[in-house]
Design a protein around this ligand. Structure first.
Ligand code: SF4
Length: 154
């Protein structure tokens, strides 16, 4: 990934991180938010976020399903440094819901503005779509011993 573009994306992440830290939402470290089907939600990311993530995340097995993030290991994120905006901003603390929404919208708009400035098409899709386009490790999911859950919803 172009280092200058990555630096611009990381500036947006730093601003989001600061806004989240200023509120201090609580996290019980259950890890459920990264097991999307179990938790009943889906993580959408933009191409710019995917480029940063794929440039620095550890190897992972493909295919990736919509069910969970392959970077979650023992309830911890193994891609913490390059993780996308949604991972930085989302917390299940009910007291933080509206603030989180506002932080998310503001910084997503900044990512979109950056894409426009760079004349890049705005591509926004579920995490697994980008991960299946990435290099992964070439191992099939079954070879990793991971359990594949049924796909539910979007
Ligand atoms: S990148 Fe990290 S925080 Fe984001 S969904 Fe995956 S494991 Fe969770």
């Amino acid at each position: 990934m172009n280092p200058e573009i990555e630096a611009r994306v990381r500036e947006i992440y730093a601003s989001a991180d600061q806004a989240v830290a200023a509120f201090g939402p609580k996290c019980d470290a259950s890890g459920r938010c990264c097991r999307f089907t179990e938790y009943g939600h889906m993580l959408f990311i933009s191409q710019l976020e995917a480029d940063v993530l794929l440039a620095h995340a550890p190897a992972y097995a493909k295919p990736v399903t919509r069910d969970f993030c392959p970077f979650q290991v023992d309830n911890l994120c193994t891609a913490r440094d390059p993780r996308p905006l949604g991972c930085r901003v989302y917390f299940c603390d009910p007291a933080y819901e509206e603030t989180g929404q506002n932080i998310s919208e503001k910084h997503l708009a900044e990512l979109k503005k950056l894409a426009d400035e760079l004349s890049l098409p705005w591509r926004y899709a579920p995490l697994h779509v980008f991960l299946n386009e990435g290099e992964g490790t070439g191992l099939a999911g079954e070879e990793t011993g991971r359990i594949k859950l049924p796909v539910v919803g979007g």
